[in-house]
Ligand binder design. Structure first.
Ligand code: RBF
Ligand code: MG
Length: 314
């Protein structure tokens, strides 16, 4: 995949570019379907598949707050690359973009600069100054400028068939701790990333369950509680149990995200790890003593092992 971070990097227009534009936060099943359609149409016309997104998020660039990202820049890039798209335009949403008219954007940027011959977008997409760029405008300009416009259908929950898969919905689901459902909508487990930092050093000594404490890189944190997870480390992938919360048994009210990695004894301080949230086991509880908490964690470990085995991880 070619990554373009500024329009100036494009020398000549791409051959028969088929374009999609969006925030793609989460790169969820709906986005994946859209990207696949773009790749398919590009193949049909012997062209180039192109995805366009803005970094940082246009609302933030304008100083307006926006919800926590499901996938930050680095992960979004990886996932779009994995989709098989030829070119990713990841552009700064600067003055030029904020002030360009929808007409100007279509003609100058999409058609002249990128070489667009086809565009596939979701039904709710709008762009340009005052959001005046919409499907209607794309269609009418397409006739004049010689490109095809395709509006992509919504992808819905495969069981309920009614609930639309959207970034907004996935954010809610993750915040509710429903990581199993998030997995269905994302087509992969919800993942958090971060660096392993020094904790209170009591997990191993006092509880018998040492934990890697994570300084969260992500914006969206799942609901507090205990989860069965898989952990990607510099030493490979391992099953684990994670706790997100305040360790109320100890009463020091410090928020931590920590993971006990099963059958693991390596030093991973200061390295980056990725934690895939497979299943939610329970709420965090205040135990009357450390032994009770320790017994509960042992049970959590056994349940996690079972669940991960069922899912084919161990
Ligand atoms: N601390 C609590 O106070 N209540 C809990 O229910 C709780 N559950 C945990 C479950 C797991 C799987 C792990 C790894 C930790 C849990 N902890 C819980 C956090 C524990 O108190 C913490 O790891 C140690 O205090 C070390 O910081
Ligand atoms: Mg720890």
């Amino acid at each position: 995949m070619e990554l373009i971070e500024h329009l100036d990097q494009i020398g000549s227009p791409y051959k028969n570019a088929v374009v999609t534009i969006g925030n793609f936060d989460g790169v969820h099943k709906g986005h994946q379907a859209l990207l696949a359609q773009v790749i398919e149409m590009a193949e049909e016309i012997g062209g180039t598949s192109v995805a366009m997104t803005f970094e940082p998020h246009p609302l933030r660039a304008l100083g307006i707050s926006s919800p926590p990202l499901i996938t930050r820049h680095d992960q979004k890039l990886e996932l779009i690359e994995r989709s098989g798209i030829d070119v990713l335009l990841c552009l700064p949403f600067d003055e030029t973009f904020a002030s360009i008219s929808a007409h100007g954007f279509i003609q100058e940027v999409l058609v002249n600069k990128i070489g667009m011959k086809g565009i596939i977008i979701g039904a709710d997409y709008s762009f340009g100054k005052g959001r005046e760029g919409n499907i209607g405008l794309l269609r009418s300009e397409g006739k004049r400028l010689g490109y095809k416009t395709v509006v992509s259908e919504w992808i819905c929950d495969s069981e309920t068939r009614s609930e639309r898969i959207s970034s907004t919905r996935i954010r809610e689901i993750v915040m509710e701790g429903r990581v199993e459902l998030a997995m269905k909508y994302l087509g992969r487990h919800y993942q958090i990333r971060g660096k392993v930092i020094t904790g209170r050093k009591r997990g191993g000594k006092q509880l018998g369950f040492p934990t890697a404490n994570i300084k969260l890189h992500d914006e969206l944190c799942p609901k507090l509680g205990v989860y069965a997870v898989t952990v990607e480390t510099i030493h490979g992938n391992f099953p684990g149990v994670a706790n997100i919360g305040f360790s109320p048994t100890f009463g020091d009210q410090m928020f931590t995200i920590e993971v006990h990695i099963l059958d693991f004894d390596k030093d991973i301080y200061d390295t980056r790890i990725r934690v895939n949230m497979v299943a939610r086991l329970r709420d965090e509880k205040k135990f009357s003593n450390i032994d009770e908490l320790s017994r509960q964690i042992k049970e959590d470990v056994n349940r996690a092992k079972e669940i991960l085995k069922q899912n084919g991880y161990t």
